[in-house]
Write a protein that binds this ligand. Structure first.
Ligand code: DGY
Length: 306
C-alpha cells in the first residue's frame, strides 16, 4: 500500500498539471461526464488526504465527517458556498479557493454582458437567425448609450473594483453600494446595476421585487456573482412589466436550470456561467488549486487559504 498522500480530484484537469500533481500524490480522478454524484463523493473521500473540488461538489458536514484523514479541500473557484467551511475548520481541514487569478476574466465578461444588454446584441442575433431582419431603419432596435451614465456596483471586492476600473473607458461613473451611497440610493439612482457580492444568507434574494421596483425603468441589471442573489421569478416579472429595461445574467438560482419565465423574454441576456471561462484563467485557477493541495500535504502553509 502506498504511503504517499492521496487526493480525490472531481474533474479532469489539463494533463501537464495532472502530471505535476501526480509526482507528489496518488490521484483518484472522477472521470464521469458531468458533476460527481454526492454518494460517490461520500464514498471516495473516505481514505483521502486532500480533495480538489469544483462548485458543483457539495462538501457538506457529512462528507467531511466521512473523511477522517482529510487535511485540505482546495476549491477551483473563488466562491466557496459549496463547502461547509465552519465544519471544515472545526475538523482542522484547510479550505482554499482561487482568488485574484479570475478577477479580470470575470470583469471582462461583466462588461460583455452589460454591453450586450445595453445594445441588444443577442436579441439582434436571434432576430437575424430567424430570418426576421427587414433591413436598416432609423428607429430599429434602439438601445441605451453608456456614456454619462452611472454604474452602481454592489460588492467592493476584487471583481467589483476591476469592473469599476473599466467604467471610464465607456464614460461611465462607477459608484459602490455602502461606500459611496446606501444600497437603496444606488438602486434608485443607477443606470446599470452590477452584482459582485458573495453568496451568503444575507445576500440571498437581495434583488427581489421590492429592489427591482425601486430601480429606474431604464435600468439594466447585470449578475455575474451568484444566482440566488437575484430572485429570478421577481426579475422575470420586472422585465415583463418593463419595470426595468433589461438584464444580463451569467449565474442562476438552480444551475443548470434557468427559470422558464426568463427564457421567453427578449430583454434578458443569458450566459451559461462563463465568468472565469477563458483558457488563461481556467489554467491559472487549476494551477493554484493544485499548488494549494501540494503545499498543505507537504506541511507548508496554503497559498490562498480562507
Ligand atoms: C468562481 O470562481 O466562483 C466562479 O463562479 C467559477 O467560475
Amino acid at each position: 500500500m502506498s504511503t504517499r498522500p492521496s487526493v480525490l480530484l472531481t474533474r479532469r484537469i489539463p494533463s501537464a498539471i495532472h502530471e505535476r500533481l501526480s509526482v507528489g500524490v496518488d490521484v483518484d480522478l472522477y472521470e464521469g461526464p458531468s458533476a460527481m454524484p454526492a454518494d460517490e463523493l461520500l464514498a471516495r473521500i473516505r481514505d483521502k488526504d486532500g480533495l480538489i473540488s469544483v462548485l458543483t461538489d457539495k462538501v457538506t458536514k457529512d462528507v467531511l465527517a466521512a473523511a477522517e484523514r482529510l487535511k485540505v479541500v482546495s476549491n477551483i473557484a473563488v466562491g466557496y458556498e459549496n463547502i461547509d467551511v465552519a465544519a471544515a475548520k472545526a475538523r482542522q481541514v484547510v479550505v482554499t479557493n482561487t482568488p485574484d487569478v479570475l478577477t479580470e476574466a470575470t470583469a471582462e465578461l461583466t462588461w460583455a454582458l452589460l454591453l450586450s444588454a445595453a445594445r441588444r446584441v443577442t436579441e439582434g442575433d436571434r432576430l437575424i437567425r430567424r430570418g426576421a431582419w427587414k433591413g436598416w431603419a432609423l428607429d430599429f432596435m434602439l438601445g441605451t448609450e453608456l456614456r454619462g451614465k452611472q454604474l452602481g456596483i454592489v460588492g467592493r471586492g476584487r471583481i467589483g473594483r476591476a469592473v469599476a476600473a473599466k467604467a471610464p473607458a465607456f464614460g461611465m461613473r462607477a459608484v459602490f453600494a455602502k461606500h459611496d451611497m446606501s444600497f437603496d440610493e444606488l438602486l434608485v439612482s443607477s443606470d446599470v446595476i452590477s452584482i459582485h457580492t458573495p453568496m451568503t444568507p444575507d445576500t440571498r434574494h437581495m434583488i427581489d421585487r421590492r429592489a427591482l421596483a425601486r430601480m429606474k425603468r431604464t435600468a439594466i441589471l447585470v449578475n455575474t456573482a451568484r444566482g440566488p442573489i437575484v430572485d429570478e421569478e421577481a426579475l422575470a416579472w420586472a422585465l415583463r412589466e418593463r419595470l426595468i429595461a433589461a438584464a444580463a445574467l451569467d449565474v442562476y438560482e438552480r444551475e443548470p436550470v434557468v427559470h422558464e419565465a426568463l427564457i421567453g423574454l427578449e430583454n434578458v441576456v443569458l450566459a451559461p456561467h462563463l465568468g472565469s471561462a477563458t483558457r488563461e484563467t481556467r489554467s491559472a485557477m487549476i494551477d493554484l488549486a493544485v499548488n494549494n493541495v501540494l503545499a498543505v500535504l507537504a506541511g507548508r502553509p496554503a497559498l490562498t487559504p480562507l
